[in-house]
Ligand binder design. Structure first.
Ligand SMILES: Cc1cc2nc3c(=O)[nH]c(=O)nc-3n(C[C@H](O)[C@H](O)[C@H](O)COP(=O)(O)OP(=O)(O)OC[C@H]3O[C@@H](n4cnc5c(N)ncnc54)[C@H](O)[C@@H]3O)c2cc1C
Length: 324
């Protein structure tokens, strides 16, 4: 018997933009949706770190673009609710011809503008996902299981692969070709304003890939001058296993050399390692599903290294599930 969406229980693994987009589409279609997120909240790589309660820095995606009418419509709505604004830095190397958007006051704010139409389970790490005779079974890291009719997994490809490799080796193998580069990111807060002559810097460099004044983004509410410094993919790959303090010290030295002049007193610095940051080789299609049509996989990495691709992929997977 084929169930209608209103009779279906669907699990979504991952509470980044792909997962939230899929979950909202499915719940609008009437499904009973549960989102499982291993961290403490929604957003994934749309991430803003609060430090000492009063400073913040975006340590994941720095801004996003909107090429499709659907994503533009979505952002227009979020912008009307005050959760997205345009960011207009004097960007060296800003040559993509697109408007740059940021979430306000934090990068993930636009995922939480309306009451969630789904049940959210945070701090819940899904270990495996397997199709059964009648549906899908999720097994959590603590060994507990939950049954659903269908599931969409939206974790980065290597983490999705690990969830599927036991029961669905063919599907897992299809993800093995996806490459996602890591990223070391340094967040800095200075006591006084630093003026290096740029707000955003991204030029060819052996260590640094991106430097931006976080404080120049709209809606940020803090007293210090905060900067985000990202290493290149090559440097991050080579030094992936450094201790956090060591990575922070090396990136700080590179930043100091780039700025050239004396820096204001530093209030705080911290580094973050993203094992899976930006997609280098995408899957090449918006989503994948298993032969039974019970398990779908989605995420930015299906299409490329952009926030807007997470939206496109999550939406496409949910719409395909609804249309089935
Ligand atoms: C440093 C950095 C800089 C970037 N800069 C830009 C930029 O400037 N512009 C741009 O457009 N894009 C940028 N990106 C990429 C952008 O952040 C991503 O394209 C987008 O956020 C991906 O969304 P997603 O939902 O597909 O994945 P994610 O945001 O990664 O969401 C996946 C979620 O799944 C959860 N998860 C993983 N495994 C499990 C599990 N086993 N159980 C439960 N939950 C699990 C994770 O915790 C995460 O919340 C950047 C990314 C990084 C890291």
């Amino acid at each position: 018997m084929t169930l209608s969406m209103t009779d279906k229980k669907v699990a979504v693994v991952g509470g980044g933009l792909a997962g939230v987009t899929a979950a909202c589409e499915l719940s609008r279609a009437g499904a009973e949706v549960t989102v499982f997120e291993k961290s403490r909240g929604l957003g994934g790589r749309l991430a803003t770190r609060r430090m000492d309660g009063s400073f913040s820095a975006d340590h994941g995606a720095q801004y996003f673009t909107a090429r499709s009418p659907e994503f533009r419509d979505y952002l227009r709505n979020a912008s009307g609710l005050g959760a997205v604004q345009t960011w207009l830095p004097d960007a060296r190397g800003h040559a993509d011809g697109q408007d740059w958007f940021v979430g306000t006051p934090a990068m993930n704010s636009f995922l939480k503008t309306e009451p969630l139409g789904f049940d959210l389970k945070v701090s819940t790490h899904v270990a495996t996902v397997a199709a059964t005779e009648t549906g899908v079974e999720l097994t959590m890291m603590d060994g507990s299981t939950q049954a659903f009719d269908q599931a969409i997994i939206t974790a980065p490809a290597p983490q999705t692969e690990a969830m599927l490799v036991g029961a669905h080796p063919d599907m897992a193998a299809a993800l093995a070709a996806v490459e996602i580069a890591p990223n070391w990111t340094l967040m800095l807060v200075f006591e006084e304003e630093l003026d290096p002559g740029f707000t955003v810097w991204r030029e060819a460099h052996p260590v640094l890939g991106w430097v931006a004044r976080n404080s120049s983004k709209p809606g940020r509410d803090f007293s210090g001058d905060s900067w985000t410094v990202q290493a290149t993919a090559d440097w991050s790959t080579e030094y992936l296993e450094l201790e956090k303090e060591d990575a922070a010290a090396r990136l700080f030295d590179a930043f100091q050399a780039l700025v050239g002049s004396e820096l204001p007193p530093l209030r705080m610095q911290t580094a973050h390692r993203w094992r899976y940051a930006k997609t280098i080789t995408p899957l090449g299609q918006p989503f994948l599903k298993d032969a039974s049509g019970r398990i779908y996989v989605a995420g930015d990495w299906c299409l490329g290294a952009r926030v807007e691709y997470a939206f496109e992929s999550g939406r496409a997977a949910a719409q395909a599930m609804i249309a089935l």
